[in-house]
Design a protein around this ligand. Structure first.
Ligand code: T1G
Length: 702
C-alpha cells in the first residue's frame, strides 16, 4: 500500500506496527520531494488508531545519507517541510518510532534517527554528523538531540570532528538502543511492538547527559585549534554548548540560525564544491560505459625508500597486504626500520594502538627477488627519479608480472610513455604520483599514458579510494598538473624579492590568504636543493635561490636557507645573510626597491597559477577545473575554504583576472602573465571554469 502519494515511501502494516520504507537512490538523500512524502507518511501513521508503533527503514544500501547536498544553494534546501520540521513531526508523534539503520546514517539522516524514539542498527552500520566537512553544522536538531542520548563530551567530539562511529560504539554509548543480528526489519518490528505500550519519551524531552566540564572545554578548544581557520567546527562547538546551557527550544532555534548563516556562506559553498569534485574525479571522462576496475588483492612495491615505505603503509593502514622489493637485505632491513619507526610515532601520538601497529606491520612483506611479484595485481615502482633506472625496473617487471597485472610508476615528472615503451604491455602501465609522506598525503595524480587502458585507470582510482586517498587522472607533461602549476605560482617569487618584498612579507601574505605556510618557508622545509636540481634539469635560473644553494644552504635540513633555523629548530628566523644576496640580485637587475602590497603579491603569484591551470585544461592534460581544485587542495595546501584555485578564480571574476594579468604583463614582461586562450575566452564570455566543458562544447560560446 502507498502513502504520501509518492514513490518515495512504501507502507506495510503488520500486528499494529506500520513499517515505512523509504527509497531514493543512490543514497536515500532527503531532498524536498522526499521530505514531503516522508512527512506525509509519518503524519498519516501518526493519526491512524490501528497503528501502535512505527518502523522507519530505507531501501537500497543505506539509511538516509543526509540532506540532499545537490539541493543546497536552491530554495528547496530549506523549503517546508525542511528537515528540522520533519524531525519535529517525528518527535511529536504519540506512538513510538523506531529507526532501523543499515549502511550509514549521516547528517540529516542521523538527525532523523535522533528524532525517532528508538534506534536499532546492524553491527556494521556507521552513524555520524559530518556537516562540518561541508562547512556546516547539523541543522535539524543534531547538536541538541545528540547530547541527550550520549554524553555531551562525546557528542561534542563527534560533531566538531564530523567523524562517524560504528554501531557497536554507538550502542555502548547509548546512541543506539539495540543491535540487530538477523533480519533488520523483523528485529525492528519486534522491538517496536515491545515498546508500543511503554511510556513514550521523545528525545527532545530527555535531559542533557552532562559530562565533565573541563573535558568539554578541552574538546571545544581542540576543535578550535584544529579548525585551521574554518568557521564550522567553531560554530559546532558553540551549538553543542548551547544545547548544554539552554532549553531544547532555545538551543534548536539557535542551531538553526547558525546553520542557515553557514549554509549561505562562501566557506560551505567551497567545501560542497570539493565534495562533489571528489565524486566527479572518480568518473573517467572518456570511459566507455561499463569500465570495471581489475582485482586489487596483492600489491607489490619496488623500492623501500621514503616513498615506497609510505606507499606500503597506505595499503597496510587499510588492511591490504603489500610487499616491498629491495635489491639487498640491508636495504630491506632499512625499509622495515623506517616503517617500524613511523608506526611507533603513531602509537606514541595515540592515533593507533600497539595491537593495530602489529597488524599493519605484519601486512607489509619484503623480498629481494622480482620473482616475488609473479602474482601481484598491482606493482608500484618507487625507485630513484632516473629514467634509465625506471626503464630497467619496468623491463624486469614486464618479464615476471602475470598477464593483466598493472605496472605503475611513482614518478613525479618523468614521461610515463617512455617508461611504458620498454614493456610489451603499455596498456597496463600507468603513473601513480604519490605525494610525500605517501601514508599521510591524500592526493595521487594518476597519469594516463598514451596507451593506458580505461580499466587500468579505473583500478588506480579504486586503489586511491580504498587507501583513503583522492585519485585524479592527469595526462603526461613535465610536472603533470600540480608541479607544473607550482612552477607558475612561484615564477614571480624572486622578482618580488628583487623589487622590495621580503620572504617574511610574502609568506605572511600567503598565510593570510589561507595557506598553511608561504612559498619560502615551504621551500626551506622541502629542501632548496630539490628546486635547484629541477632548475638545472630545465635550464632555468633563480639568482637568489641558486646563490643560497651554492653556499650549501638548503633550508631546514642545513639550518639555513631563506630563513635561519637555530639548533635544528623548525621555527624560522630571518637569515641575516639574505638581504645582501637580494641586494646583489637587485643590482644585477638594475631594480629599485619599492613597497609592495599583499594584494600585488597574491595577484602576481595566484593569477599565473590559475593561468597555468587554464593552459592545462585547454591542452587536455586535465579533464575538469574541479580536478585541478582537488589536486591543489588535497596535494598542495590550497585553502579548502576557497575551494581550489579554479573555483576561487571563477569567484574573483575571470575578466578581473585577465585585466590584472594584462597589467602585470605590461609592467613585468613576464611570460607567466600571457593569458591562456581558454582563460581569455571564458573571461570574454563572462563564464566560469565550471562551465568550461559546457562552454567549449558550445563552440565559441566561451
Ligand atoms: N546528497 C546528495 N547526493 C549525495 C549525497 C548527499 N547527501 N551523498 C552522496 N551523494 C551522491 C554523490 O554525489 C554521488 O553522486 C552518489 O551519491 C554516490 O556517492 C541538515 C545539512 C553516503 C558514504 O555529508 O559520505 O545532512 O556522483 O560516490 O562512496 O544537518 O556519499 O553518482 O552523481 O560518495 O558509496 C550530510 C555525504 C549532508 C554524506 C556513500 N551527509 N555522502 O559513499 O558513494 S548535510 C553527508 C557520503 C546534512 C543536515 C545537514 C557518501 C556515502 P554521483 P559516493 P559512496
Amino acid at each position: 500500500m502507498k502513502v504520501g502519494g509518492s514513490e518515495f515511501v512504501k507502507r506495510s502494516d503488520d500486528q499494529s506496527v506500520a513499517t515505512l520504507t523509504f527509497e531514493n537512490p543512490p543514497v536515500n538523500a532527503l531532498g524536498y520531494e522526499a521530505r514531503k512524502a516522508l512527512n506525509a507518511a509519518v503524519l498519516e501513521v501518526g493519526i491512524d488508531p490501528q497503528v501502535k508503533a512505527v518502523v522507519l527503514v530505507c531501501g537500497g544500501g543505506t539509511f538516509f545519507a543526509g540532506a540532499d547536498i545537490k539541493e543546497f544553494g536552491t530554495e528547496n534546501a530549506t523549503r517546508s517541510p525542511n528537515l528540522k520540521e520533519f524531525c519535529a513531526s517525528l518527535d511529536g508523534l504519540s506512538k513510538p518510532v523506531v529507526a532501523a539503520i543499515h549502511g550509514v546514517a549521516l547528517g540529516g539522516g542521523l538527525e532523523v534517527a535522533l528524532a525517532c524514539h528508538y534506534r536499532i542498527a546492524v553491527p556494521d552500520a556507521l552513524l555520524g554528523l559530518p556537516e562540518v566537512k561541508l562547512g556546516l553544522i547539523p541543522g535539524a536538531g543534531g547538536t541538541v538531540r545528540l547530547p541527550r542520548l550520549i554524553e555531551a563530551t562525546k557528542a561534542l567530539r563527534m560533531i566538531t570532528t564530523g567523524e562517524p562511529v560504528l554501531a557497536q560504539q554507538a550502542f555502548n554509548e547509548g546512541l543506539v538502543d539495540a543491535l540487530a543480528s538477523g533480519d533488520l526489519i523483523e528485529a525492528a518490528r519486534k522491538f517496536a511492538l515491545d515498546k508500543a505500550f511503554f511510556p513514550l519519551m521523545a528525545t527532545s524531552r530527555r535531559p542533557v547527559r552532562q559530562s565533565d566540564i573541563a573535558e568539554f572545554a578541552a574538546i571545544a578548544d581542540q576543535a578550535i585549534s584544529r579548525s585551521r581557520g574554518l568557521r564550522a567546527p567553531v560554530a559546532a562547538a558553540r551549538s553543542v554548548r548551547n544545547a548544554v546551557t539552554m532549553s531544547f527550544d532555545e538551543a534548536i532555534a539557535a542551531e538553526r540560525r547558525i546553520f542557515l548563516e553557514l549554509l549561505a556562506g562562501d566557506e560551505s559553498a567551497a567545501l560542497r564544491h570539493l565534495f562533489l569534485a571528489e565524486r566527479s574525479a572518480q568518473k573517467l571522462k572518456t570511459a566507455s560505459a561499463g569500465v570495471v576496475a581489475r582485482p586489487l588483492r596483492i600489491v607489490g612495491i619496488v623500492g623501500g625508500g621514503t616513498m615506497g615505505s609510505g606507499i606500503a603503509m597506505s595499503f597496510a593502514d587499510n588492511g591490504i597486504r603489500a610487499t616491498i622489493l629491495e635489491l639487498s637485505h640491508d636495504a630491506l632491513q632499512a625499509s622495515r626500520e623506517r616503517i617500524e619507526r613511523a608506526y611507533s610515532i603513531s602509537v606514541t601520538r595515540g592515533s593507533i594502538s600497539e595491537e593495530e601497529k602489529a597488524v599493519r606491520v605484519a601486512l607489509i612483506g619484503g623480498a629481494t627477488d622480482y620473482d616475488a611479484f609473479r602474482n601481484c595485481d598491482l606493482i608500484i615502482e618507487a625507485v630513484v627519479e632516473d629514467m634509465e633506472v625506471k626503464r630497467e625496473v619496468f623491463r624486469q617487471l614486464d618479464l615476471i608480472a602475470r598477464p593483466g597485472a598493472i605496472l605503475a610508476t611513482n614518478t613525479s615528472y618523468l614521461d610515463v610513455d617512455l617508461i611504458a615503451a620498454v614493456t610489451e604491455r603499455p596498456g597496463d602501465v600507468v603513473g601513480m604520483h604519490y605525494f610525500s609522506p605517501a601514508n599521510v598525503m591524500k592526493l595521487i595524480e594518476i597519469v594516463r599514458g598514451r596507451e593506458t587502458r580505461d580499466d587500468v585507470l579505473a583500478t588506480a582510482l579504486a586503489a586511491a579510494r580504498i587507501t583513503g586517498k583522492v585519485g585524479v587522472v592527469v595526462g603526461v607533461c613535465d610536472g603533470f598538473v600540480g608541479n607544473r602549476m607550482l612552477l607558475a605560482r612561484n615564477a614571480q617569487n624572486e622578482q618580488l624579492l628583487v623589487e622590495g618584498a621580503t620572504p617574511e612579507q610574502i609568506d605572511k601574505a600567503f598565510v593570510d590568504f589561507g595557506w598553511p605556510m608561504g612559498p619560502f618557508q615551504m621551500s626551506d622545509m622541502a629542501g632548496l636543493d630539490i628546486g635547484w636540481r629541477t632548475r638545472k634539469r630545465m635550464g632555468r635560473v633563480a639568482p637568489i635561490a641558486d646563490a643560497l644553494c651554492e653556499r650549501g644552504w638548503f633550508g631546514q635540513k642545513t639550518g639555513r636557507g631563506f630563513y635561519l633555523y637555530e639548533a635544528g629548530a623548525r621555527q624560522p628566523k630571518p637569515n641575516p645573510d639574505l638581504p645582501a644576496i637580494i641586494a646583489a640580485a637587485a643590482r644585477q637587475a638594475s631594480q629599485q626597491s619599492r613597497a609592495i602590497s599583499d594584494t600585488e603579491i597574491i595577484q602576481r603569484t595566484h593569477f599565473p597559477l590559475v593561468n597555468e591551470g587554464a593552459r592545462l585544461l585547454s591542452e587536455g592534460i586535465v579533464a575538469r577545473s574541479s580536478d585541478i581544485d582537488l589536486i591543489w587542495t588535497r596535494g598542495y595546501g590550497f585553502p579548502v575554504a576557497k575551494g581550489g584555485p579554479m573555483y576561487w578564480a571563477s569567484r574573483q571574476g575571470l575578466s578581473t583576472i585577465t585585466a590584472s594579468m594584462d597589467r602585470w604583463a605590461l609592467k613585468t614582461g613576464a611570460s607567466c602573465f600571457s593569458t591562456a586562450d581558454v582563460l581569455r575566452r571564458l573571461a570574454g564570455a563572462g563564464a566560469s571554469f565550471e562551465r568550461f566543458g559546457l562552454a567549449l562544447n558550445q563552440g565559441d560560446a566561451a
